[in-house]
Design a protein around this ligand. Structure first.
Ligand code: DX5
Length: 225
């Protein structure tokens, strides 16, 4: 149900040397799914990891995995992320020449598809592929690094996407990623986002992961009502 709030940790702040233990902590903290930030050092100015890390992480939790492919030409490696255990694959509209084909290629592999838009990319760029999407990700930072400031100017973009989806009678969730914290979550949810990716914020609360996840969920649900 698109109306449900989902708290989605980014693994960027995790200790990659003990990722399994961090995933067990995240599951215990009550998160809904895990986002793996795959970066190629070209589409974004940072290099993280590929499908092998995700595959090695799979055995530590039964939570759904989503691969956020911040890579050029994602269409050439989609199968690897499915084999690694991802339930949903996010590609960037800016990173693939044939977006419609790529989204349907993902669905053809038996998993859910999603498209991400960088802050400067207009919604018009995905107008003709909405029917091929199971989720839309609106970046609220310029992708590449965690710990960046939330770009509030994205809220009107979320509002516009929400009304476009309503007009098309499409009940698919809007996810936001970047600078999501107790301070910014209400604005994003009020605009129409329900899947909330958070990295630095949930890992930095002194009261710990469980409290941070609960606080974010509480604030998001309050903003929905
Ligand atoms: C793109 C990354 C980050 C990360 C979240 O840069 O995808 O947005 O997931 O990082 P925070 O929550 O620290 O902004």
């Amino acid at each position: 149900m698109a109306a449900d709030i989902k708290i989605v940790p980014s693994v960027l702040p995790c200790d990659f040397g003990a990722l399994g233990a961090d995933l067990e902590r995240l599951e215990d903290a009550g998160v809904d799914k895990i986002q793996f930030d795959v970066m190629d050092g070209h589409f974004v100015p940072n290099l993280t990891f590929g499908q092998d890390i995700i595959a090695s992480a799979r055995k530590y939790t039964s939570l759904p995995f989503e691969a956020h492919l911040m890579i050029y030409a994602p269409e050439s490696t989609l199968e690897r992320y499915v084999e690694a255990g991802c339930d949903l694959i996010i590609v960037h509209a800016e990173a693939t020449t044939h977006l419609h084909r790529t989204l349907n290629q993902i669905r053809g592999l038996g998993v859910h598809s999603a498209v991400a838009l960088n802050p400067a990319t207009p919604i018009s760029s995905i107008e003709y592929v909405l029917d091929s999407c199971d989720m839309i990700l609106i970046m609220t930072v310029n992708p590449g690094f965690g710990g960046q400031a939330y770009i509030q100017e994205m809220e009107p973009k979320i509002v516009a996407l929400k009304s476009l989806l309503k007009a098309r009678n499409l009940d698919i969730p809007i996810e936001v990623d970047g600078g999501i914290s107790p301070k910014t979550v209400a604005g994003a949810v009020k605009a129409g986002a329900t899947h909330l990716v958070s990295g630095s914020s949930i890992f930095s609360l002194p009261s710990g992961l469980k409290a941070a996840v609960a606080e974010l969920r509480e604030l998001a649900e309050a903003a929905m009502s």
